[in-house]
Design a protein around this ligand. Structure first.
Ligand code: HEM
Ligand code: HEM
Length: 148
């Protein structure tokens, strides 16, 4: 079991993180497009697009494997990866971004439809849009860290 001795991830873990993370990102972006540009004309004026709640159901579905995948990082990846000094910053950055997303996502779910919710929303999707870039940076930096 080579993966138990290094911070390298098994192939299935990488697939899990990429597919679940991709699902989160695409469903979030789809919701944003519909919410800001896809209103439909109802009998009494513009209305919320009926596909919006479906995209959030998809978002919630992708969240389950994503959180399982992230949880798995605490078992071997983070403790072993911590020894790579250069990768520590990229690791903490990724964990911080994910922490903000999880916390603001929780608030989005439970806050009523008021000012605080719209703050949570903007924070959540702005950070969310940047997630693939931070993830990719962490990955590429990790490959560089392995070579040294
Ligand atoms: C670990 C990562 C993430 C978690 C835990 C998370 C969690 C959540 C939760 C719980 C909600 C509320 C769902 C609802 O009201 O039905 C939500 C909404 C949303 N998420 Fe995420 N999400 C994550 C990543 C992302 C990413 C990468 C994006 C990319 C843009 C994103 C964009 C959105 C958007 C646009 C909404 C709707 C905001 C609103 O209702 O005002 N999320 N998310
Ligand atoms: C403090 C936290 C973290 C540290 C110190 C850390 C450290 C590392 C290190 C050292 C590598 C290079 C591994 C190698 O090739 O030997 C790496 C790669 C990687 N990390 Fe992290 N990491 C952290 C958090 C995370 C989190 C939260 C995720 C995912 C949500 C993640 C996903 C990845 C992925 C996908 C790779 C590429 C794996 C591979 O090439 O096998 N890391 N990380």
């Amino acid at each position: 079991m080579p993966y138990r001795r290094t911070a390298r991830l098994a192939r299935w873990q990488k697939w899990l993180l990429c597919l679940a993370g991709g699902g989160l990102w695409l469903s979030g972006c789809g919701w944003l497009l519909l919410h800001y540009y896809g209103r439909v004309q109802g009998a009494f004026g513009p209305e919320t697009n009926p596909a919006e709640p479906w995209l959030m159901r998809l978002h919630g579905l992708a969240l389950i494997p994503a959180l399982l995948g992230i949880g798995g990082m605490f078992v071997v990846h983070i403790p072993k990866g911590w020894t790579h000094a250069r990768q520590r910053v990229a690791g903490v950055a990724l964990c911080t971004i994910l922490g903000i997303l999880i916390l603001s996502g929780y608030l989005l779910y439970y806050l009523g439809d008021d000012g605080a919710r719209s703050w949570a929303s903007v924070t959540h999707w702005m950070v969310g849009l940047g997630l693939p870039a931070i993830f990719l940076w962490h990955w590429l930096n990790g490959i560089a860290a392995r070579k040294r």
